[in-house]
Design a protein around this ligand. Structure first.
Ligand code: PEP
Ligand code: MG
Length: 896
């Protein structure tokens, strides 16, 4: 192999020695590193070698050429396989055949190219026939090779080959591939070779060496194909990583009935159940299982029974090999300490392992596996908490079908990816994407999906296929994306031309509504009502572990009783932001609000405010009662007055009548209040400065409510928050207003009142002057929506028209209104926190902008040292888990 000082581009495995390890994924790709690891574990891996990802990088940096040392290193590694297998590449009597496969750092299933049976030509095919004693197998393998190689390497369209095969079958009156004889395959091969010659003007390459380098080049080339590029974009995989190429001795699952090939998961990837889970086919090659052409059989008897299959399980057909495979399963799980996705082949009763990798799983399965593995002692609880992607919890919070709802089930397929989804029937990925862009919910309906469909699958709410098993492309990809999926609903007939789905006497047309339930496999007509999930079991267990690890508290942004209750159910530890203006928009109150805004003097305003005060008080009584002693931060009125102005003449008339004035005066006052830049205008604390009676009324309502609830035996400590403070003076003035209201209510009710007055930090000036502001403020809450808006000078309301260009051109990696801009806005938060706490040690700090529910932003909040994050109710569980992971990452884990 590589001599001293020479670059090493090739790593052997299984051929006498193994040079790679599982932790060399960056260099060898996931497949190559794990093949080496399995060989190191003593598992039966066919010998082979991996050409490193660095060769891919070199290939693209050097005009698609190879490093000069590569040829010799490949030749030496190939010789090692020949030696291990006792066969020679191109040998007429005893030919070595290899597979050539891609293998990037991150798994990209089906996105890049693969060539199997490489090394066959007119002569070696005869040799293989003689040596195996099975000429049918040999010629079937040769025709597969010509078809795959021509398609992948020579770019000949596969429909040519399909036509030839169909013609031969028709001539012979046969329906199944397995019915073709050796002679039939010879006829097919002749046809295939002629197609290649006609299409390319040169014969199919006979030289194995030429075949090998052609395949290696095609695999490297496929790193940049359109579907790989799309997949990388969707999964944030950098193009600079490159792929490795794995060249491995072929083993055959298609040499007879004592042969098989299959794919399996060491636990159920849909439910997480600790049961061996997989599919296999007797007398078949790898691609047959995932292609969905033949219906795969279950590995275990339990799997077969659970899926009501009549086909025998591997456990019954090949008990010995099955038990060997089951032992491999346990060994791999113990070694990797995670659920594995494996591929295997049985050649004449001997088991070979072709792949292992961490298995993709649904969110419920991820939870169950993490909790079970921690309980089994394979991992600890900290590791279990780290393994769950907080964003994936979203899938668990999604609705399921209401069991009481009427439903018309038209078919049952496989429960391939859980969750219920309703939408319009759409037949192509492009149309699904186009409809989704118009805001339509769609169900992508296909006979089977292929990697070309991923953009449509991503855009769809759910995916329905009529062919393919639980490990079919549709099933695997849907689970990874968190889309509901029913696969293999074979009763349905999809007619692409007529754009219909037919089943018995029912015809569903394109655009009709259907519902699929990915947890049961049912397909239903119309949109079936759904209900919210129960959050118990593994979810509750894991969330409990996460809660034990996090330092930051998680509160919610809520102003309605419904939101407050939902948030408590999801584990919110208080309200971090109650936006009081939402209470003002209520139809029963809006008239009084308009009357207040349009009043021409303080007396008029006070009259209108007096109408609002009882409503406000009642709002707070309800919130305090629901939150039962948990902290509640109430923000005084914030939005531009402009937003409340009456718009139609009728609305103006109503206000005029209620205020006892005339239409003209109302119109005139509306014009006066009109603003050019309302977001930077008369809003936030500026309202309190010009109309202190508004804040006074709100403070009085809060304190009266607190006094009432406290009398009932539930003391509350309201946290009153002043928005959009830029200067300390503003806060001083408004705190006085609040303090006076507290004294007034205390005197009137005889109730001692505990409360805090704090501010939002949502303007850069406030962050910079946080020191002096903290002399008055008893807490800070970072309003990162406005802070982002004002730090960038980008309007929250108008950014959608140009931000996508900023992301496309790489100016901004993320939408800064969704994920905190760590360098700018994060820096302002850091300054604000440091300066505030320098003046008032222990100053309570929180965040209530949208970022409070975004996992990446929560990591920044941990680093800034916030006491809590606050987010919308449905993101509370995500924030709880993300806060625990952030604490683990920065080693600020809560230790009781
Ligand atoms: C903010 O600005 O971050 C905030 C929470 O307030 P609002 O979104 O109501 O302006
Ligand atoms: Mg704000």
């Amino acid at each position: 192999m590589a001599s001293q000082g020479e670059n090493k581009w090739v790593y052997s495995f299984g051929a006498g020695k193994t040079e790679g390890r599982a932790d060399m994924k960056n260099l060898l790709g996931g497949k190559g590193a794990n093949l080496a690891e399995m060989a190191n574990l003593g598992l039966p891996v066919p010998p082979g070698f991996t050409i490193t990802t660095e060769v891919c990088t070199y290939f693209y940096a050097n005009g698609k050429s190879y490093p000069p040392e590569l040829k010799d290193q490949v030749a030496a590694a190939l010789a090692a396989i020949e030696e291990a297998m006792g066969a020679r590449f191109g040998d007429p009597a005893n030919p070595l055949l290899v597979s050539v496969r891609s293998g990037a750092r991150a798994s990209m299933p089906g996105m890049m190219d693969t060539v199997l049976n490489l090394g066959l030509n007119d002569i070696t095919a005869q040799g293989l026939a003689k040596r195996s004693g099975d000429s049918r197998f040999a010629f079937d393998s040769y025709r597969r090779f010509i078809q795959m190689y021509s398609n992948v390497v020579l770019d000949v369209d596969h429909h040519h080959f399909e036509d030839i095969l169909e013609n031969v079958k028709r001539d012979r009156n046969l329906t199944l591939d397995t019915e073709l004889s050796a002679d039939d395959w010879q006829t097919v091969i002749k046809g295939y070779k002629k197609v290649v010659e006609d299409e390319l003007g040169r014969p199919f390459p006979q030289d194995p060496e030429e075949q090998l380098w052609g395949a290696i080049g095609a695999v490297f080339g496929s790193w940049m194909n359109a579907r790989a590029n799309t997949y990388r974009r969707l999964h944030d995989i950098p193009a600079s990583w490159g792929t490795a190429v794995n060249v491995q001795s072929m083993v055959f699952g298609n040499m007879g009935d004592d042969c098989a090939t299959g794919v399996a998961f060491t636990r159920n990837p849909s439910t997480g159940e600790n049961a061996f889970y997989g599919e296999y086919l007797v007398n078949a090659q790898g691609e047959d299982v995932v292609a969905g052409i033949r219906t795969p059989q279950h590995l275990t008897i339990a799997g077969k029974q659970a899926n009501h299959s009549d086909l025998p399980a591997m456990e019954e057909v090949m008990p010995e090999v099955f038990h060997q495979l089951d032992a491999v399963r346990l060994k791999l799980e113990r070694h990797y300490r995670d659920m594995q996705d494996i591929e295997f082949t049985v050649q004449q009763g001997t088991l070979f392992m072709l792949q292992t990798r961490t298995g993709k799983r649904t969110a419920p399965a991820a939870l169950r596996i993490a909790v079970d593995m921690a309980t089994e002692g394979l991992i600890d609880r900290t590791e279990a908490v780290k393994r769950i992607d907080p964003a994936s919890l979203d899938q668990l919070l999604h609705p399921t079908l209401d069991p009481k709802a009427e439903r018309t089930v038209i078919a049952k397929g496989l429960p391939a990816s859980p969750g219920a989804a309703s939408g319009k029937v759409i037949f192509t990925a492009d149309e699904a994407e186009a409809q989704a862009a118009l805001g339509e919910a769609v169900i992508l309906c296909r006979v089977e999906t292929s990697p070309e469909d991923i953009h449509g699958m991503h855009a769809a709410q759910g995916i329905l296929t009529t062919r393919g098993g639980m490990t079919s492309h549709a099933a695997v990809v849907a689970r990874g994306m968190g889309r509901a999926c029913v696969s293999g609903a074979g009763e349905l007939r999809i007619d692409h031309k007529a754009k219909t789905i037919m089943v018995r006497n029912v015809t569903v047309k394109e655009g009709d509504l259907i519902t699929i339930d990915g947890s049961t496999g049912e397909v239903m007509l119309g949109a079936v009502p759904t209900i919210q999930p129960e959050l118990s079991g593994d979810f509750a267990t894991l969330m409990g572990w996460a809660d034990g690890l996090r330092r930051m508290k998680v509160r919610t942004n809520a102003e309605t009783p419904l939101d407050a209750r939902t948030a408590r159910k999801f584990g919110a530890e208080g309200i971090g932001l109650c936006r009081t203006e939402h209470m003002f928009f209520d139809p029963a109150r809006i008239l009084a609000v308009r009357e207040m805004i349009l009043a021409e003097d303080e007396a008029g305003r006070r009259r209108a405010l007096a109408k609002l005060e009882p409503f406000q008080k009642q709002d707070f009584v309800e919130l305090f009662t629901i939150m039962a002693g948990l902290p509640v931060t109430i923000r005084l009125l914030d939005p531009p007055l402009h937003e409340f102005l009456p718009k139609t003449e009728e609305e103006m008339r109503e206000v005029a009548e209620a205020a006892g004035t005339d239409l003209q005066r109302v119109e005139h006052r509306s014009l006066q209040l009109h603003e050019t830049n309302p977001m930077l205008g008369h809003r936030g604390c500026r309202l309190g400065i010009t109309f202190p009676e508004i804040y006074e009324m709100q403070a009085r309502a809060i304190f009266s409510a607190a006094a009432e609830v406290a009398k009932g035996g539930n003391p509350v400590t309201p946290e009153i928050m002043i928005p959009l403070i830029a200067t300390r003076k503003e806060l001083d003035i408004l705190k006085d207003v609040v303090d006076r209201a507290a004294k007034e209510v205390s005197a009137a009710t005889g109730q001692e009142l505990d409360y805090l007055v704090g501010t939002m930090i949502e303007l850069p000036r406030a962050a910079l002057r946080a020191g002096e502001i903290a002399e008055t403020a008893e807490f800070f809450s970072f309003g990162t929506n406005d802070l982002t808006q004002t730090a960038f000078g980008i309007s929250r309301d108008d950014s959608a028209s140009f931000l996508p260009d900023y992301q496309r051109q790489g100016i901004l990696e993320h939408d800064p209104f969704a994920t905190l801009d760590a360098d700018g806005v994060g820096e302002l938060m850091k300054l604000g926190a440091e300066r505030g706490r320098a003046v008032r040690p222990g100053l309570k700090l929180g965040i209530c902008g949208e970022h409070g529910g975004d996992p990446a932003s929560i990591t920044i909040c941990e680093a800034v040292g916030l006491d809590y994050v606050s987010c919308s109710p449905y993101r509370v569980p995500i924030a709880r888990l993300a806060a625990a992971q952030a604490a683990l990452a920065s080693d600020t884990v809560k230790r009781d």
